[in-house]
Unconditional design. Structure first.
Length: 474
């Protein structure tokens, strides 16, 4: 209200002064056209002044709004904030700052900030204050401050200049962060570390004394101790191997319990139906039941054989006789073995060799690898598809490939292949059941022969299995 009265007084005084000057001029006789022009311009000027006044009022409101927001941010900030003048006099502080110093706000305002700093840190604060006033960068210092009558706290103080460097109104905005707990914890940790060092020294001395005592033991006892140590190491290694074998056994039984149940249940189910309905079934229906029983029995037999092979390999009961192998001859034998199965689904099963491909490994194992991969490809290739076996010598190793244009392998199944602890169950294009056991055998046999196996697949386009083996031994 005082500001509005002052502005009215100034405007009235300026108006009276303008009327005096206007009446004293000699050129007051103004033509009517000129007078209209002047009146028009005055009205324009009046409107401009009104618009400027509205803009000033809006700017004033926004400034007050921003000022209020700033004051709220300052007042309720979760850290102690102080505004100091260039000499360190506290001009303003927020709620956290009042709580930190432990005094009423009116007893803090206009006091020197330095009065709350431990005497051993005052020189450092003066330099800190100087750096803030003479740079545009934030400054940081660690101090001890009096929270209330000698109760000192370790703090980190951060400050920045507010206002231009050479202005007399240049202030400092200072934030005080209490790190007493952190400091005390660090000191406690250091103390504990020193105590631990002392204990280590004592224990080290004890160990050194014990070590010296061991040297006086006669040679016979020393040899005996060494033998015990060796036996203990062997026992630990034996226990480790036993634990690994036990884990493999658990995985093996888990697979048996899961995979043998389904085909066995199907066999029992179809056998029971055939037994109960044989008198009412015609020849074609009996043949259908018999075919289903044969299919499940064959799958059951194949699964049992795979499980037995894998089990023998894990327990070391599988003989390993590596020698030179002609991969092309092995591939032709596998094609002959699966020709009827391929014909039943009208699948082209062939080989492609452009040169010699001689590898070094166990013939039975590598033959089993090819059989499992070809069986897998036939299972997941549609009627009228194609499966191809090939191999090439790249100069470093011999790489066999079993490629098909079947349904491919989904990403979720790809991640489970070759892992005993993650079943990769799937259904073939003619409802053949896949359990992933064959591929597990493939991996075991390939690695037993110092090789590696991997797969590339794209859903709906096909799959290629790669097996890399050592070249023929010279």
């Amino acid at each position: 209200m005082a500001t509005e009265n002052s502005n009215s007084y100034i405007n009235e005084r300026l108006r009276l002064e303008a009327e005096k000057r206007l009446s004293s001029r000699s050129d007051m006789n103004i033509h009517s056209d000129d007078l209209n022009y002047l009146v028009h311009n005055l009205k324009l000027h009046q409107v401009e002044l009104e618009m400027q006044n509205e803009e000033l009022q809006r700017s004033s409101y926004e400034a007050e709004l921003y000022s209020s927001r700033y004051n709220n941010l300052f007042e309720f900030a979760p850290v102690a904030l102080f505004i100091l003048d260039r000499f360190g006099i506290m001009k303003e502080l927020n709620i956290c700052a009042v709580d930190f110093l432990g005094l009423p706000k009116e007893k803090i305002i206009n006091k020197r900030f330095q009065a709350f700093i431990h005497s051993s840190f005052t020189d450092g604060f003066y330099f800190f204050n100087h750096q803030i006033l003479n740079t545009d960068q934030k400054q940081t210092i660690e101090l001890k401050m009096d929270r209330n009558k000698g109760n000192y706290a370790h703090v980190i103080v951060e400050g920045i200049r507010v206002g231009r460097q050479h202005q007399k109104t240049c202030d400092l905005l200072v934030a005080v962060i209490d790190i007493s707990e952190r400091k005390n914890a660090a000191e406690a940790l250091l103390k504990a570390h020193k105590e631990l060092d002392e204990k280590v020294k004592v224990r080290t001395k004890e160990l050194e004394d014990a070590n010296l005592a061991l040297h006086v033991i006669n040679e016979e006892k020393l040899i005996h101790a060494e033998k015990i140590f060796e036996l203990n190491a062997e026992l630990i290694e034996s226990e480790k191997k036993l634990r690994e074998l036990n884990e493999k056994k658990d995985k093996f039984f888990a697979i048996m319990a899961h995979d043998l149940r389904s085909p066995f249940a199907s066999l029992v189910g179809y056998s029971k139906l055939l037994k109960e309905k044989i008198d009412t079934l015609n020849k074609e229906e009996i043949k259908e039941y018999a075919d289903n029983i044969f299919t499940y029995a064959s799958n059951f037999e194949r699964l049992v054989n795979d499980l037995l092979c894998w089990s023998n390999l894990q327990w070391g009961n599988f003989s390993f006789n590596p020698k030179n192998i002609e991969i092309e001859d092995l591939a032709k034998e596998v094609v002959k073995l699966f020709s009827s199965q391929a014909t039943a689904k009208n699948i082209k099963l062939n080989t492609r060799f452009t040169g010699p491909a001689r590898a070094y490994g166990d013939v039975e194992m590598i033959s089993s690898v090819l059989r499992n991969l070809v069986s897998n490809s036939l299972k997941f290739t549609k009627i009228g598809g194609e499966v191809e076996i090939s191999a090439e010598d790249n100069g470093i190793e011999v790489v066999m490939k079993v490629k098909d244009n079947g349904i491919g392998i989904p990403e979720r199944i790809m991640k489970r292949l070759f892992k005993i602890d993650q079943q990769a169950l799937s259904i073939g294009t003619a409802n053949e059941r896949g359990n992933g056991m064959g591929l597990l055998l493939v991996k075991e046999f390939v690695e037993k022969n110092a090789g590696k196996v991997w797969v590339e697949s794209e859903p709906a386009k096909g799959t290629t299995f790669y097996v890399a083996l050592p070249k023929t031994s010279s």
